[in-house]
Write a protein that binds this ligand. Sequence first.
Ligand SMILES: CC(C)(COP(=O)(O)OP(=O)(O)OC[C@H]1O[C@@H](n2cnc3c(N)ncnc32)[C@H](O)[C@@H]1OP(=O)(O)O)[C@@H](O)C(=O)NCCC(=O)NCCS
Length: 485
Amino acid sequence: MHSSRLSEVNARDEREKDYFDEMAKKLEAEDIIDPELYTKYNVKKGLRNANGTGVLAGLTRIGNVHGYEKGPAGEKLPVEGQLYYRGYEIQDLVSHYIKEERFGFEEITYLLLFGELPTEDQLTEFNGKIAERRNLPEGFARNMIMTQPSHSIMNKIMRSVLALYSYDDDPDNISPANVLSQEMNLIGYFPAIIAYCYQAKSLFFDNQSMHLHPPIPELSTAENILRMLRPTGEFDPFEARVLDLALILQAEHGGGNNSAFATYLLSSSATDTYSVIASAVGALKGPRHGGANIAVIKMIEDLKANVKDITNKKEVDQYLVKVLNKEANDGTGLIYGIGHAVYTLSDPRAEILKGMAQELAHKKGMDDDFALCEQIADRGPELFTQVTGIEKPMCANVDLYSGLVYEALDIPKDMSTPLFATARLSGWCAHRLEEIITGKKLIRPSYKGVQDPRPYVALSDRKETARPTSVVKATTAPPAPIMKK
Ligand SMILES: CC(C)(COP(=O)(O)OP(=O)(O)OC[C@H]1O[C@@H](n2cnc3c(N)ncnc32)[C@H](O)[C@@H]1OP(=O)(O)O)[C@@H](O)C(=O)NCCC(=O)NCCS
């Protein structure tokens, strides 16, 4: 671009920035609602009860998350965490896949969608249906993914899901059978979608070589993902089984988590499958929800950059104390990978993944990295109490080990949330069908209007009102914590 034209654009950008900064400051003063009004009108902010638990908003048979019991005074009593998929305990399910050394993610998808574990014949038939859907529609990768890449893989996944609407002859038909067939298409397509969105980003935004391998229909979801992400397309069976396990553990987490609730919310308006799933991906992308898994990876990178010897427990402790004192990492005071909104004494997903992560780390010569995760898990809660004085039952969560697993599998860190989306797609699809079949009521809570009525002022009579920013700071609520998944 010509240099005088460039400086004109830069000057305009600066003016635009000043304008939006100023308007945002005014809005930050304008949009404040007195916290006392929430108490006065008994508003459950964030749909949470006073003790942080979620407001009961629905019933589901798909998944159940159990992390505490209610005491006589309604207080939270910590218990070991339990997670159920369609009534089956997660440990029970995965112990069979581990023992039998076979892939389980497709079986779990069948279970979540149809409510029963498949027989061998049913599973073979179901796998065949997924296999028929592994290849994206003709021209889709070229026209929809490669020509319009995004630096955010999650954003590109959302747009790919929305674009599939145009490839569907009957996209707005929400009969359960039609929705099921649309969902099966998405489940089949997703490994290629996430891999190609990543490859496009690598080339166009990171200046890296792009490697496009076609999916192999007979391979499992985990195998296809590794094949399409890796430049060589090669992987060993154990690596694929660890990824399969990580997908199983993230496939479902009840109806109240933010993206599952988005699935119910949008489905209740009777909108199409593509709009619903794109919205669920959008909800998961947020750093207070699925996007949090990148935060663990970044914290461990920061720790390695700032701690000379990661096997030195004292040095690691000192780093964690700095994190808690907001003097290290991102300054939030949070040790990522620790704590959960529902689980208290243990997160069953973390307990299960830990075993496989240890074996994988050993095979990859990453024993020190595994030991570091263990130290964070052991010391994090204790140091939290020492620094804050708060006694709070806290445990390592699944993200602590999923970050390590992805690193050991050479999976780029910006694929961790897309992988989560691939796993959770199975849960979203099941919740969408549940809403269509049994919900059937537009989700429509109420918001009380608390702005006093005002008379219209003629344009010529209006004066600018000054709003001191110090008042804004005093009343602005702190940022909300990262939600449970
Ligand atoms: C997941 C999480 C939001 C759940 O929190 P919660 O149990 O619902 O409770 P709260 O967020 O209300 O936490 C209560 C207090 O403990 C603090 N706390 C909770 N987890 C913490 C952690 N891992 N490190 C430091 N402080 C933590 C909170 O900041 C809060 O302090 P405040 O009252 O001064 O604001 C929280 O544990 C967290 O942010 N963990 C780190 C992020 C993470 O690993 N997320 C992935 C979850 S799978």
